[in-house]
Design a protein around this ligand. Structure first.
Ligand code: LAN
Length: 645
């Protein structure tokens, strides 16, 4: 293809980004996908007695109609074809809360599926937990979640302060709610639902014997012997815990909950602890100030998408999207008007300026100089968001006023250094604080790798890239140089025998390999280094004849490349890997670029494709803006490939 049409594609994509940019400089986008979030929120709505307005309720039902399977079930995420008891049971309840009638055909189909697949007795643990809060499952039917864990000495290997922050913050309110056995009083709807969900057998269920009952599709990580033993121990201990100790533990837990609410402006770190913390406040003081503020803050997670209203996986992905869009625009020569300036403004206005108060007491790492995934109010800084933010800030330094103060850029470098793990890699929000053996106690069934904050290829690559740029800005520093070198060592160690790098937050090897190759090259590893060359060979072997790449979301569950129809975002990652490696596969790269340009829509965007975001191996999530900037970024770098090399 003659280059001009690639240039036209680039111009169209820049125009599209300019149109989509919001006033505040960010690119709002759909961050839906996980199916358990909205019904958890609806359970809360029922508990507090405040439903969304009629238009919103109808749009939530519309979303449901767009994700329900033929057989009545739903998956763990919007595109998961395996029916999940966890999400199907919760959605059934959610729809009834929304006012749907039990004899509506869609609900009848769901009910049939629920009966045929073992009823909610087989739902994954978070499903059973949520049902307990509504009085639709009995607290005796789940394993103990002892709040007393929080009273252990800090040095104890099992102290929750060592857990991955998302895991810690979800099990925190769970421990409070379990400790209180909180449940809304049964009302007519709940009584009907007991019948509908369990096919009339509610009164005869032997709850304690259901603790380990699990439907086949609800188990990704089957319980280990260690988890079995731990459950026996905590169940037994729970029966002899003195009341005074339990009360002390609940007070301690509540203090951490309220702290999390306060330091995040009531947003909380994620959608699950957001809803659960709101339940805590509701049960503690219904209608009180905390309950009201906590409930109101849930709105930040709701998103009216093209396919209906859903609850998103975060309060937005705006910082992350802005940082990538900005780099794509820069690669393409800057775009029109004030696009870059505005994006710079978003970065500046959403950098975190201060550490949280009493960080140690609440197991928080310092924050000053960091960047979050969404916005400053949320306030939890993340390693790779900080790294991408810093890369952008350095790339634009001196161009726009008001500037980001140099001191804050230096703080950001310091923060990145403070996050590096012993293994040379970087985790997500904190250093790894607990042993990987803790994973044997993962009680979630549906998620993998949630117990501690492991080092990741993506986070490590981003931090290495940022540190390299920091060195060119602030001069060589032995501490930074050694951090980079150790990061490179970590990346090299993560290469798989076939040459690819597994990603953890995007699908999957095309994502991980893009980060790994980029990180290695940024650190000065030559393009013909065996690690880089093998990664390129790995990708080239998987390129389709038409020039594209496509990788199925199940690759993340299976830890192996599962091929899928060509997709623009994955093609962009793969093409960028080859370009950045300076790989001599000119023809293959040209074919990929041509495929991308041909795939573009007239408005400069690329079509919606299967989800390419993921977390904890199993749950896909929508990064809708990826299709607006990754193909652009790849085309821009490809068209200047001599300069990139
Ligand atoms: C996210 C969103 C951002 C994402 C990136 C920064 C993109 C990534 O590079 C590192 C991991 C991180 C921070 C991430 C981790 C897992 C999250 C927080 C999510 C995918 C958003 C939702 C998800 C969260 C765990 C959902 C709730 C479920 C649990 C198992 C607690």
């Amino acid at each position: 293809m003659p280059e001009p049409s690639v240039h036209e594609a680039i111009d169209r994509a820049l125009g599209n980004l300019a149109r989509l940019q919001a006033e505040d400089g960010a690119w709002p986008g759909d961050y839906g996908g996980p199916m358990f979030l909205l019904p958890m929120y609806l359970a809360l709505c029922h508990a507090v007695g405040r439903l969304p307005d009629a238009a919103r309720r109808a749009d939530m039902v519309r979303y449901f109609e767009n994700v329900q399977h033929e057989d009545g079930s739903l998956g763990l995420h919007a595109e998961d074809a395996r029916g999940s008891m966890f999400t199907t049971a919760l959605w059934y309840v959610g729809l009834r809360i929304l006012g749907q009638r039990s004899d509506a055909p869609r609900l009848a189909r769901m009910r049939r599926w629920i009966q045929e697949n073992g009823t909610p007795l087989g739902a994954a643990s978070w499903g059973k937990f949520t049902l307990c809060l509504l009085g639709l499952y009995d607290w005796r039917g789940i394993h103990a979640l002892p709040p007393e864990l929080w009273l252990l000495p800090r040095s104890a290997p099992l102290h929750p302060g060592r857990f991955w922050c998302h895991c810690r913050q979800v099990y925190l309110p769970m421990a409070w709610l379990y400790g209180q056995r909180s449940a809304v009083p049964p009302d007519p709807l709940i009584l009907d639902l007991r019948d509908e969900l369990y096919g009339g057998r509610w009164a005869t269920i032997d709850w304690p014997s259901q603790r380990d009952t699990a439907a086949a599709n609800d188990v990704y990580r089957p319980p280990t012997a260690a988890l079995g033993a731990a459950n026996v121990a905590v169940d037994a201990l729970g029966r002899v815990t003195p009341g005074a100790l339990r009360r002390r533990a609940l007070d301690e837990v509540f203090e951490h909950i309220l702290y999390e609410d306060r330091v995040t402006g009531w947003l909380d770190i994620g959608p699950v602890n957001k809803v659960l913390n709101a339940f805590v406040h509701h049960f503690r003081e219904p209608g009180g100030e905390y309950a009201q503020r906590s409930f109101a803050a849930c709105d930040a997670y709701l998103w009216a998408g093209h396919d209906g209203t859903k609850m998103q996986g975060y309060n937005s992905s705006q910082l992350w999207d802005t940082a990538f869009a900005l780099q794509a625009i820069l690669a393409a020569g800057g775009g029109e008007g004030r696009m870059l300036e505005r994006a710079h403004g978003y970065l500046r206005d959403n950098q975190i300026l201060e550490d949280v108060p009493e960080a140690e007491r609440h197991y928080r790492h310092p924050s000053r100089g960091g960047w979050p995934f969404s916005n400053r109010q949320h306030g939890w800084p993340i390693t790779d968001c900080t790294a991408e933010g810093l890369k952008c800030a350095l790339a634009l330094e001196g161009r726009f006023e008001p500037a980001i103060p140099t001191g804050l850029l230096r703080d950001s470098v310091k923060l990145i250094l403070s996050w590096q793990n012993e293994d040379g890699g970087w985790a997500t929000y904190e250093r790894q604080r607990g042993g990987a053996w803790l994973e044997a106690l993962n009680p979630s069934q549906v998620f993998g790798d949630i117990m501690v904050d492991y080092s990741y290829v993506e986070c490590t690559s981003a931090c290495v890239q940022a540190l390299v740029r920091a060195q060119s800005r602030f001069g060589r520093d032995p501490e930074v140089a050694s951090a980079i070198e150790r990061g490179v060592g970590f990346l090299r160690g993560k290469q798989r025998a076939e040459g690819g790098f597994e990603g953890s937050w995007g699908v999957c090897f095309s994502y991980g390999s893009w980060f790994a190759v980029t990180g290695l090259r940024a650190a000065g590893v030559p393009g013909d280094d065996p690690a880089v060359a093998r990664a390129c060979a790995f990708l080239l072997e998987r390129q389709h004849a038409d020039g594209s790449w496509g990788e199925h979301g199940d690759s993340c569950r299976e830890h192996a490349w599962i091929d899928a129809p060509g997709a623009a975002v994955q093609t962009a990652w793969s093409l960028m890997s080859l370009v950045r490696a300076g790989h001599p596969s000119a023809e293959a790269q040209a074919r990929a670029a041509r495929w991308l340009a041909e795939r573009q829509d007239a408005d400069g965007s690329w079509p919606r494709e299967p989800l390419v975001g993921v977390f904890n191996r199993t749950c896909l999530i929508n990064y809708d803006n990826y299709r607006h900037y990754f193909p652009l970024w790849a085309l821009a770098e490809w068209s200047q490939r001599a300069a990139v090399r």
